[in-house]
Ligand binder design. Structure first.
Ligand code: FMN
Length: 189
C-alpha cells in the first residue's frame, strides 16, 4: 500500500555538478544538483535552477557564460564546500585548479573529469529561482574516463548522486540493461 506524502519532490537521486561563473572578475563555484537536460541533439541545451540569493547568478547574468563540471567521488569535500559557503563573503576561486576553454567567462575545473562550457541561451525568472538555460559550446573530458569508442564511461567518472531525503551523496550502482533494447521483448505482447 502506498502512502501519500503530499507534494514532495521525489525526483532523486540527481547528478551533483559544480557550476562556475565569473563574478566581479573572479571565478566562483557552487554545487548544483538540480540540473536538467532540455533536449537531445544539436544544439544541446542544459538547464538548472538556482536561488536568486546566490552570488553566482550575477556573473551569469552579466557575462552570459558559465561552466558545468562533474566531480568524481574524490572531490566530495570540495564539492560540498562550494555548496556550503557563498562567494559573497568567501573567495572560492582557489578551491580548484582551473583551466580555460573557448569562453572567457566559463571557468573550468582541472580536477573534474568532465567540464562543459555553456553560453546562456535563456533565463526563466521563476519565483525565488533563476532557471538558466545554456547551450553547450564545448565539453572537455579526461582521457582516463573515455571508452575505446571515444564516449564517456560514467562508471569511471564515479559521479556523486545527490539525495534530498537522506541529505547524502550516493555512488552510482551497476548497469542494469541496454536502453531502447531490453523492452523490445514486450512489443506486441
Ligand atoms: C549538493 C548540493 C547541491 C546544491 N544544489 C543547488 C541547486 O540545485 N540550486 C541552488 O540554488 N542551490 C544549490 N545548492 C546550494 C548552493 O550551492 C550554495 O548555496 C552555494 O553556497 C551558493 O554559492 P554562491 O553564493 O557563491 O553562488 C546546493 C548545495 C549542495 C551542497
Amino acid at each position: 500500500m502506498k502512502r501519500n506524502l503530499g507534494p514532495v519532490n521525489a525526483l532523486y537521486p540527481s547528478l551533483t555538478t559544480i557550476v562556475g561563473a565569473v563574478v566581479d572578475d573572479k571565478p566562483n563555484f557552487l554545487a548544483v544538483a538540480h540540473v536538467g537536460i532540455m533536449n537531445h541533439g544539436q544544439p544541446q541545451y542544459l538547464s538548472f535552477g538556482i536561488n536568486k540569493a546566490h552570488h553566482s547568478n550575477r556573473g551569469i547574468h552579466e557575462h552570459k557564460e558559465f561552466s558545468v563540471c562533474i566531480p568524481g567521488e574524490d572531490l566530495v569535500a570540495q564539492t560540498d564546500y562550494v555548496g556550503l559557503v557563498s562567494g559573497r563573503n568567501t573567495d572560492k576561486s582557489k578551491v580548484f585548479e582551473l583551466f580555460s576553454g573557448e569562453l572567457a567567462h566559463a571557468p573550468l575545473i582541472r580536477e573534474c573529469p568532465v567540464c562543459m562550457e555553456c553560453r546562456l541561451a535563456r533565463v526563466v525568472d521563476f519565483e525565488s529561482h533563476d532557471v538558466f538555460i545554456g547551450e553547450i559550446v564545448a565539453t572537455h573530458v579526461e582521457e582516463s574516463v573515455l571508452r575505446d569508442d571515444g564516449k564517456i564511461d560514467i562508471a569511471r567518472i564515479r559521479p556523486l548522486l545527490f539525495d534530498m531525503a537522506s541529505v547524502k551523496y550516493w555512488s552510482l550502482g551497476a548497469e542494469v540493461a541496454a536502453c531502447w533494447s531490453v523492452g523490445k521483448g514486450l512489443k506486441g505482447a
